[in-house]
Ligand binder design. Structure first.
Ligand SMILES: O=C(O)CCC(=O)C(=O)O
Ligand SMILES: [Fe+2]
Length: 346
């Protein structure tokens, strides 16, 4: 083993324990409804999973299974290329979509490579995180030449997974006692993004993480993973890191910061991380369902009252999004902006 690059080394308290524990996992929910299990039952399962875990897996989700296989094959072919090839579609501070191999989470470098693309091309976001700056910037995708089918597969997958995203938004709205379409207006010009994650085998999996502990800024995230495993979720009841078992053909769903605020913390955006291993590479594909940049996020009026006042100040989704992304490129001196910065202390 060569020199260990200190940029990857987690502080002692954040290093993973590599012995896997067998525990009751996050709920598995069948999205199909039938005469024996109606919509109400499904909605209540979703609500319970959001409250207890912030995470669940779904089957019978409607996304063609062959698309999940094809996107992971395309990802493998892309990431297997030499670095010079991948860097032709390199992401930078101006062109925020494309390939990137040095993401930092909480100021520690992640043991992974990523390829990011937007569902809507172009997508509009604020030009900077400065609240006074009203300029809007458009983000566009970059596509590699190889493999030739890459773009088409990515776009087909994105379309199908977004349909699932809308379906889940409806189920989450219903589970909060709101009309099914209560949240859909916030996603008209959404800023949803897909990411191909590639975690190469790591020679020091006891020191580094594929992705450091974090919460997703999304409303919800729809993730497809392969059979290797590595995702861990921080259990709300005791703070233990619980592995998410790979289930063939299932998607992993988690509620993000935006739903945490909308629901006035009835549902929480739960911390998660990815451990790596020294033998097998791993692929995963998250879809981060972000609202439109101009949405002002605050607890939904129907869910707050005198007994249960709003726990968050209103914030601009676009400004939050842009501020969060700043830490992707450089090690900041301070912790980057987090949802708890908007919490009302009373
Ligand atoms: O690879 C995974 O299982 C999860 C990745 C993740 O949490 C993220 O990209 O936000
Ligand atoms: Fe995540």
């Amino acid at each position: 083993m060569g020199e260990v690059d200190p940029a990857f080394i987690q502080a002692t308290e954040h290093r993973p324990t590599l012995n896997t524990i067998q525990v009751e996992g996050i709920p598995l929910i069948d999205l199909s409804v039938s005469d024996t299990r109606g919509l109400n039952q499904l909605v209540s399962e979703i609500g319970n999973a959001c409250k207890k875990w912030g995470f669940f897996q779904v089957i019978n989700h409607g996304v063609p299974l062959e698309l999940c296989t094809r996107i992971k094959e395309a990802a493998k072919t892309f990431f297997d290329q030499p670095l010079e090839e991948k860097r032709k579609v390199k992401r930078d501070e101006v062109n925020a979509m494309g390939y990137h191999d040095s993401e930092h989470t909480k100021n520690v470098r992640d043991w992974k490579e990523v390829f990011d693309f937007l569902l809507k091309d172009p997508t509009f976001v604020p030009a900077s995180h400065d609240p006074e700056d009203k300029e809007i910037r458009s983000l566009t995708n970059q596509w590699p030449e190889n493999p030739p089918e890459f773009r088409k597969v990515c776009q087909e997958y994105a379309r199908e997974v977004a349909k699932l995203g809308y379906k889940l938004l409806e189920l989450i709205s219903l589970s909060l006692g709101l009309p099914a379409n209560r949240l859909s207006g916030y996603f008209k010009d959404h800023t949803g993004m897909l990411r191909l994650n590639y975690y190469p085998p790591c020679p020091f999996p006891d020191l580094a993480l594929g992705v450091g502990r974090h919460k997703d800024a999304s409303a919800l995230t729809v993730l497809s993973q392969d059979d290797v495993g590595g995702l861990q979720v921080k259990r709300k009841s005791d703070g233990e890191w619980i592995p998410v078992k790979p289930i063939p053909n299932a998607f992993i769903i988690n509620v993000g910061d935006t739903v945490q605020v909308w629901s006035n913390e009835l549902y929480e955006s739960v911390e998660h991380r990815v451990v790596v291993n020294s033998e097998r590479e791993r692929f995963s594909v998250p879809f981060f369902f972000f609202p439109c940049h101009s949405v002002m996020v605050k607890p939904l009026e129907e869910l707050v009252n005198e007994q249960n006042p709003a726990k968050y100040k209103e914030y601009s989704f676009g400004k939050f999004f842009v501020a969060r992304n700043r830490s992707d490129y450089k090690k900041l001196e301070v912790e980057n902006i987090q949802i708890h910065n908007f919490k009302i202390s009373n």
